[in-house]
Ligand binder design. Structure first.
Ligand code: PRT
Ligand code: MG
Length: 225
């Protein structure tokens, strides 16, 4: 049995075409079913539905053999014990610093002010501002980061941006582009040894699907714009 951990929403949706190219069809829709273990048309492949931030944990401890997770989650969680054979180039976005449109970020940085930064990505934010030599007080949030500058909880946020519509709707502007993000295939290292043939088959099918997608310059459903 091969167990693949996925999160509901964009990662699940964008993974379906890759699974299809490996001959795998998921038999239930996680948005409709309450089941957390979904069968596929392959009797020896099943899908676990877990929170996006829990995917690396399931794979690390062998609760799943493989999983698909954003690079943001991997950087924040750490990737000990995880083999990362492929950048799937799905669920693409960027991680950025944003502030209220009326906040003068450039002068705050120039003057060496201490910034209050709200984020779910404490590790990524800490490293980014340390490299820049900016002193920050980090405030850990679990969602809706965009709200923090609006109510004076923070001067800035570090968050994912794809279309930029959420920032715009909340009168926030992007002032730093920290890095580009896409989703990675992660594999449990012990599973890779014990179930080498079926796992390799899936990795190769995914790799071929990504290649085909790029060589034909098709819209592969992963463009944020
Ligand atoms: O929702 P939950 O708390 O369970 O977990 P999650 O938010 O971590 O999961 P999910 O499914 O929302 O995101 C899973 C992964 O998708 C992330 O870890 C990223 O790698 C990737 N991804 C790609 C994104 C986005 N694009 C994205 N736009 N994740 C979140 N967003 C957010 C963004 O932060 C903003 O608040 O979507 C909102 C809309 O973005 P705009 O710029 O298009 O308006
Ligand atoms: Mg979410």
């Amino acid at each position: 049995m091969i167990t693949l951990a996925l999160s509901k929403g964009r990662i699940f949706e964008e993974t379906l075409p890759l699974l299809r190219s490996a001959g795998i069809e998921v038999l239930e829709d996680p948005e409709k079913s309450r089941k957390l273990i979904l069968a596929t048309n392959q009797p020896d492949v099943r899908v676990l539905v877990v929170r996006a931030t829990d995917v690396p944990t399931y794979v690390q401890y062998g609760g799943a053999d493989m999983g698909i997770t954003g690079k943001d989650t991997l950087l924040e969680h750490g990737s000990d014990g995880l083999y990362q054979p492929l950048d799937l180039q799905i669920a693409r976005c960027r991680i950025s610093v944003a502030v209220r449109a009326d906040f003068d970020y450039a002068s705050a940085v120039r003057q060496g002010s201490r910034l209050k930064v709200a984020t779910k990505y404490v590790a990524i934010a800490r490293e980014f501002f340390a490299n820049k030599g900016v002193h920050v007080d980090l405030i850990k949030l679990y969602g809706s980061m965009e709200l923090a500058p609006l109510v004076g909880l923070a001067d800035a946020i570090v968050d994912l941006v794809s279309t930029g519509n959420t920032l715009k709707a909340n009168h926030l502007v992007e002032v730093e582009h920290i890095m580009d993000i896409s989703s990675r295939l992660v594999v449990n290292q012990a599973a890779l040894k014990l179930k080498q043939a079926p796992i390799r088959r899936i990795i190769e099918a995914f790799a071929k699907a990504i290649d085909d997608c790029h060589s034909e310059s098709m819209d592969c459903g992963s463009s944020p714009q």
